[in-house]
Design a protein around this ligand. Structure first.
Ligand code: ACM
Ligand code: ZN
Length: 513
């Protein structure tokens, strides 16, 4: 009787949530039977020390005793090298006798384990898996999530949780916004005041603090284990009030700096002073030493030119370099900093603002992150394509997850959206063969005090639609079917520690914003 009830429970659960994987695999078939591993599970893999086996042990088979072996014969779970598969792709076969995973590298194996996490069903005395055949691969090779640690400081544990989430959703880049008007969060040994002062210019309890270089190295390693590259962003020349509070001599008029509670001011790094350019290059030196990422983000967004228009040094630079105006000076500044990164073999990512004015030539290592859909439509995308520069699509409609579902503080109704908007009307969801398309990103800015306890509710469940658009290589399923998956999977995501906020605007919900 007990056994029959247990079987009923397993089959029922298998017919629903345990067969749903988000983001959806390219192809998934189940036959209704199950695989129930014993208390002791033998696993074979090409390299038994890799992190995906740790993840398997911790997140998929937490109560089993795992024996790792390099030999496949008789293993219950077999990871097999298959060089015919594309990077990050995998196949997964669960049969009543065991599990076979094939991939051409650790990324594919890692994503297969992430899928197994979602398939595994807790039976109370162990786990069961629906017998399933999955073929899966990416849609976009660049899939990112950004967190704003400039305006709000998050604890290292929270950063790691964010990285865990990206990995769970098969994203491969963590864009870490480390500096803004309200805080400079990265320790730079050569310029200690950046953090001694610049990390403490805001007044909120969760706006105090910075990441030491040791913590940053630890986070970069933590992310690498999870197949995630950390892209640091040092925003320049704007959004720099925290840095300029520490070193006012780097601004145009060396005057006192007002740190904005929200938004940004016209106090920006002075591009006409050699000392400022030298300072920024020295910062970039340390940043490159900490982050092995091929991409380094240097901001470039929302840099008002009021001060540059008045500054004798900026105006002299415009004349010396035969530039037309202050916008052109920012283009020169962009090219100068990108060129510096090029010498180091890195690509330089900038927000789309840097291609929205004039035609100043930029080096070929520049990557454009298109964001300002609300203000400028697809101008930055089109300009980048004209210059043959790769584009990361991260439009504020609908990939800015700080925009709430309902008006909140500075977010009026025209800056709200729900999961249906993301799924059906996201301008960033472009065909994979769009010229110059590098990939897609989503951002969680922390304007108006998005504190740590609010992160999950802003991210979930809307980020599931974004993960689907980044990863799933086929046509998107009907929204109602996807939304049903999202609801069915709610318990599972919440069990992983990610509590859903509201999903639909018209949903009657008690969720806090
Ligand atoms: C941005 O939202 N200022 C990139
Ligand atoms: Zn100046």
């Amino acid at each position: 009787m007990k056994y029959t009830l247990l079987l009923f429970f397993i089959l029922h659960a298998i017919s629903s949530a345990a067969q749903i994987v988000i983001p959806s695999p390219q192809e998934i078939r189940s036959d209704g039977s199950t695989f129930c591993p014993g208390k002791t599970v033998t696993v074979s893999a090409p390299d038994t020390s890799t992190f995906y086996l740790t993840l398997l042990e911790k997140e998929v088979l937490p109560t089993a005793i795992l024996h790792k072996s390099r030999f496949a014969a008789q293993a219950d779970i077999r990871f097999t090298d298959d060089r015919t598969l594309l990077p990050e792709a995998y196949t997964l076969r669960v049969s009543p006798d065991g599990i076979e995973v094939r991939a051409s590298g650790k990324e594919g194996f890692f994503y297969a384990v992430q899928t197994l996490r979602q398939l595994a069903l807790d039976t109370g005395s162990g786990v069961a898996f629906p017998c399933t055949a999955i073929t899966d691969r990416l849609r976009l090779s660049f899939r990112a999530g950004m967190l704003d640690s400039g305006r709000q400081y998050q604890r290292v544990a929270t950063i790691k949780k964010f990285i865990d989430m990206l990995a769970m959703l098969k994203m491969n880049y963590f864009h870490w916004h480390l500096t803004d008007g309200l805080g400079w969060r990265i320790e730079i040994k050569r310029y200690p005041e950046l953090t001694a002062k610049g990390a403490f210019v805001a007044t909120g309890a969760e706006q105090q603090g910075f990441y030491t270089q040791d913590e940053i190295r630890e986070i970069v390693r933590y992310a690498a284990d999870r197949c995630i590259t950390v892209i640091p962003e040092i925003d320049m020349p704007g959004h720099a009030e925290a840095a300029l509070s520490a070193y006012p001599e780097l601004s145009c008029f060396q005057d006192s700096v007002i740190v904005p509670e929200t938004g940004f001011t016209s106090t920006i790094f002075c591009a006409g002073k050699l000392a400022t350019i030298a300072f920024l290059k020295q910062v970039v030196d340390e940043v490159c030493g900490l982050f092995p990422s091929p991409y380094i983000h240097l901001g470039g967004d929302e840099a008002p030119k009021d001060k540059w228009n008045e500054c004798p040094d900026c105006q002299q630079a415009i004349r010396d370099k035969q530039l037309s105006d202050s916008e052109d000076l920012q283009a020169w500044f962009t090219a100068e900093m990108a060129g510096y990164l090029k010498e180091k073999g890195r690509k330089a990512v900038f927000w789309g603002d840097v291609v929205r004015h004039g035609n100043y030539p930029l080096p070929d290592n520049v990557v454009i992150q298109w964001w300002n859909w609300r203000g400028a439509g697809d101008r930055a995308l089109k300009e980048a394509q004209k210059r043959n520069l790769p584009v990361i699509c991260n439009t504020n409609y609908y990939t800015y997850l700080n925009f709430p579902l309902h008006p909140w503080k500075g977010y009026e109704v025209n800056r709200t959206f729900d999961i249906r908007d993301v799924y059906l009307a996201n301008p960033s969801y472009l065909p994979a063969d769009t010229p110059c398309l590098l990939g897609m990103s989503c951002s969680l800015w922390c304007d108006y005090g998005v504190t740590e306890n609010m992160l999950d509710g802003r991210l979930f469940p809307r980020i599931l639609a974004l993960a689907e658009q980044m990863w799933h290589p086929g046509e998107l399923k009907h929204f109602d079917a996807f939304y049903n998956d999202v609801q069915q999977k709610k318990n599972w995501f919440e069990k992983q520690g990610f509590v859903y906020g509201p999903a639909l605007k018209n949903e009657n919900t008690n969720h806090p914003e």
